[in-house]
Ligand binder design. Structure first.
Ligand code: TYD
Length: 150
């Protein structure tokens, strides 16, 4: 394990619910460092590319409708073992089985509206970061806090 970057989306519903701050606090509290952040609206084309592996699934139209329904927050987070750390914070995909204490377990009843995305592997993280960000949108900086977190 090493210091990694991972990609995260705070999905449209959480902006509508005015809970962006709460979710960012949970990510920061874990020790993850924000190295890129932008508010954007997914269009259908980007949604189809990002969720290409799901295009044949029956729920895809509903997923696309949700993901393009309003702005979301795209983030790059950095930290020791960041990909797995963020996946663990988010919890399982299915809202029905996501345990309390995980973000998905605490903030969603419906899988389709599970409010947060996280990359599922370091390779996927690299692809997703490139999909959503230009290199100059990522900030390399030292915050002197690594000692306390990793
Ligand atoms: P997926 O890439 O399988 O999982 P994850 O987001 O955990 O990496 O699914 C992408 C999104 O698609 C998921 O966050 C919510 C939605 N989805 C459904 O609406 N129904 C489903 O049965 C699944 C598997 C996913």
């Amino acid at each position: 394990m090493s210091t990694e970057q991972t990609f995260c989306m705070i999905k449209p519903g959480i902006l509508q619910r005015r809970q962006v701050g709460e979710i960012l606090s949970r990510l920061e509290r874990k020790g993850l460092r924000i190295v890129a952040c932008k508010m954007m609206r997914m269009d259908a084309e980007l949604c189809r590319r990002h969720y290409a592996h799901l295009q044949e699934r029956s729920f895809f139209p509903a997923l696309e409708e949700y993901m393009t329904s309003g702005p979301m927050l795209a983030l790059v987070l950095e930290g020791y073992n960041a990909v797995a750390a963020l996946r663990a914070l988010c919890g399982p995909t299915e809202s029905e089985t996501a345990p309390p204490g995980t973000i998905r377990g605490d903030y969603a009843l419906l899988t389709r509206k599970n409010i947060i995305h996280s990359s599922d592997s370091p390779d996927t993280a690299r692809e997703e970061i490139e999909r959503f960000f230009q290199p100059e949108e990522l900030f390399a900086y030292e915050d002197q806090n690594e000692y306390w977190f990793w």
